[in-house]
Design a protein around this ligand. Structure first.
Ligand SMILES: CC(C)(COP(=O)(O)OP(=O)(O)OC[C@H]1O[C@@H](n2cnc3c(N)ncnc32)[C@H](O)[C@@H]1OP(=O)(O)O)[C@@H](O)C(=O)NCCC(=O)NCCS
Length: 165
């Protein structure tokens, strides 16, 4: 398995992968593939990493900038993250996330936030902090990880691409 930044001609494969990964997930509204497309169209895919096996894309993770208290920040949102259904629970998701966080670290990002299951994301150091929040998030789903400097406080706003439907 190899990890690399997406290329121009990966968009359709990433869309199909994302649809397949989230299909039938009870917590999903199945808009995640459109979110990735919208982030890309807005130039907001700070990182868009794909995992490949024998040249085929089997995993993907996106990172995009967030605002804090309505202001641009050096914090980023992780997600959507997708692994092809037949290739899940083999370490691909973790490898993509760890690679993405290392790349954020290398650009001296302040930190990363996400919406997801804490049982999965705690292994990367993500945690809830009542002082850094997303007003619309389901209870417990919003988590953050500080990478550099001190953790800011206030309201986090995801990129408008996340409103794609
Ligand atoms: C969630 C997802 C990205 C994880 O990637 P993956 O390659 O399947 O997972 P990994 O192999 O890296 O990690 C497997 C570990 O995570 C755990 N895990 C996987 N999904 C989990 C979840 N939703 N909640 C809790 N634990 C989870 C497994 O039990 C396993 O634990 P172990 O290492 O202790 O055995 C992938 O399963 C996926 O695409 N799921 C559908 C889409 C989705 O839910 N995306 C995330 C939305 S926040």
């Amino acid at each position: 398995m190899q990890i690399r930044q997406e290329r121009l001609d990966d968009a359709a494969a990433i869309h199909a992968l994302t649809d397949a990964a989230f299909e039938g997930m009870p917590f999903s509204d199945q808009t995640e593939a459109k979110v990735v497309d919208a982030l890309r169209a807005a130039g907001a895919l700070t990182l868009s990493l794909v995992a490949t096996e024998a040249g085929n894309i089997v995993g993907h993770v996106a990172f995009s900038p967030v605002k804090i208290n309505g202001e641009a920040s050096d914090w980023y949102a992780l997600g959507p993250v997708s692994v092809w259904p037949g290739r899940q629970r083999l370490g691909i998701g973790q490898a993509l996330i760890r690679e993405g966080l290392e790349r954020l670290q290398s650009i001296r990002a302040g930190g990363c936030v996400l919406l997801g299951d804490p049982a999965y994301y705690c292994r990367f150091g993500f945690e809830s902090d009542p002082d850094l929040y997303d007003v619309g998030a389901p209870p417990g789903a919003f988590q953050c990880l500080t990478l550099n400097g001190s953790r800011p406080s206030g309201e986090v706003t995801f990129h408008p691409g996340f409103d794609a439907s």
